[in-house]
Design a protein around this ligand. Sequence first.
Ligand SMILES: [Cu+2]
Length: 803
Amino acid sequence: MWSTSLSLLALLGSTLAIPNPKISSIRRPGWRPNARRRDLPTDSTDTSSSSPTTTAPKHNIWNSLSNDEAADVIGFLHSRDDLNLTAVEDAGAWDNTILVVDLLAPNKTDALSYMDGEGEKPDRWAIASMLFGATEEPYAQDWVVGPIPITNNSVYYPYTFGTHAPDAKIRVYDIDDHYSLFTDTALEMKDVINDLLNATIENDDDLGSTFDIWGIDPLWHETDENGNDRVIDWVGFWRIPETLQMNHGSINFDGETLLPQGLYMQFDITGRDSSKWFLMGILYGDEYYQSVDEFRSAWKASSFEKYTPNMPGKWINTDQTGKKLCLEEEAPPMSVQPGGQRFKVDEDNKYVEWMDFTFYLTFTRDTGMRLYDIRYKGQRIIYELGLQEAIAHYAGNDPVQSGTSYMDTYYGFGPYAFSQVPGYDMPLYAYCVNTSFHASEISRSHRCGISIFESDLNHPIQRHSTSSYVSVTKGIALTVRSISTVGNYDYNFDYNFYMDGTIETIVRASGYIQSAYYAKNDEYGYHIHDGLSGSMHDHALNYKVDFDILGTNNTLVKHVIEPITKEYKWFNGTRNTMHMVRKEVESEDDGKMNWSANSQEQVIVVNKDAPNKYGEPRGYKIMPSRGGAGMHLTITNSTNLLNSAGFATHAYYVTKQKDSELRASNAWNDYDTANPLVNFDKFFDGENLVQEDLVMWFNLGMHHVPHTGDLPNTVFTTAQGGMVLTPHNYLLSDPSRQSSQQIRIDYDDGEVGDVYTFDSQQATGQVDLTQISWDPTTYGGDVAVRKFPYDPQNPYADTESIV
Ligand SMILES: [Cu+2]
């Protein structure tokens, strides 16, 4: 993700976000909202003609707020005089507004009572994040609202039990737009800029159409000589790619993050009185100047060293380029679904049944899709599985790279989980789920924000050959996929389900890197284009997996494979060999862990009270499956992230489940990382972990040092990480033997005797490709509904990205 230094409300995915003095800077020239009204989906999901349906055994108590529920919550809050709220549409920086409303997941004990027994369906509650601007010290605050639907019994109060900051408040230090500081300063030194950056800037319009100016995220705090907190913003110049004329309009390839100009400005933006803000300094070529005059004087000197500015061009375009490869234009192999869809969906409850797995889906503004109540062979194995936070932590010899540590839930994975492209992002036959979120008093739905599909892995899950027979089983997986483009990066999130009871969590990254200017920074990345460094950074994406193995009483064990020198009765002397040592993680004091060298520790969540018939505890093992290029932040005690990155210091963690510890992070931690709303480190308070309800938190990620192959976009091939959760002594044998999709061929002396296909049907006949082709002109983007005043009858097409 990259920052635009925009008004914070503007980042919440709403065209109506106000205050928005800087919003024009994130729109390309010529951008116009497309507000055609037509029959558009809002709450409902697409209906696929050949989709077998089912009825969820229970209501999806984790389902996202409906549009009506969100409107109910927003209307209720607006009716409370003490909150002094202003409709987002009419609000300025000195008003109080509602940022986001989302479901507050029910307490787990209540949820289990309902799901597993005769307990009542838990009430629906919401979290409302509000921004209080009508004060000298603005803050964001999370509130609990409910039960919903709103009645006279509904209440609202700060979400103190789920946060660590006093009153569930976090200070907001840049609520007032300060973009004009950047442009005023830039125009003050336009002679220098025009020379160094090869530009022709005379006025605001020239500046706005040539450069974006943005920088560090989160903001810095420094203490002045009187001990006062100063709020510091460092920004750099980024060149806006040129507009390319197409047959029906124009396009700007989104390569701005490849066009840093190497010129940086530092501002003090403390307090709400803009007259007290000031330029602190300018950085160019690793030289620091304390004023525009000092910079200009240096520039006029003959000894001044000038560097190459980064200019747009074909190199940032992602279109096909270069010589066409032999046969490559022919249609490549593709998947078809000859027997129709082989899984069932309860659309209303977002409930899925595939083979021996069942689960519920939900979708939130902060973290996108998540799964609940994942059952295998009728038994819950996971109560909750989902993304918590995604850090992209940069480093560099310039303050903007050094000061960049995005925590992407601030921008949200929900708002940017754009529609998937059939045949490219997913098979043509994939089942689509529309997803909704509610921010800035707009409800927005992504068409096909989640796709669900089966596919052939194109490698068998099992095989064996002998001189007389061969046995092979197809490798088939169900994938649940969502893709969020948060600024420059596209995160592909998959949950794969396999026939052996394994669940795999995968994240892949593509899109544009955020690069750095190449000047005296060899130790922070490679020189990858004219004036460009592939700015090194770490990705750490934290996931929560709340295991419930045969109930909630579980223990995290490590079965360690160790070398040993040992004597045996049957051997004269000692033998150098290995053995297995069983250990338990007994307390949260030991709950922060890294994967062992050479993968010698098997990490398993077991239920010690539920051994199998051989006495071995039944469990699920967790282990990295792909990527392997990094699991947590390299930087320790990050100067940017302070108390907000406790979940990224290790590869994985285990804690005791608490309803007050729902998420490892909070979307608003970015506002004040020293005083976060959720401080993950505080989850660790020495509690017993033996036969308790356990939650694991693991990181996927990579140490990303972009090279020339990251231009123009990073490719998924290597930018990925995965974790498998797999049965371990859980059943008495491999459950994939239940699959009919296997064959055994008996043969002898070149003659086939018998062939067994276990009633699996063979695909026969012709494939009518016209039935599964897709018309790309039907790609529709997102649908929005205004919440306050509520206008559900007039949805309009509106897709917003951070560009
Ligand atoms: Cu990266």
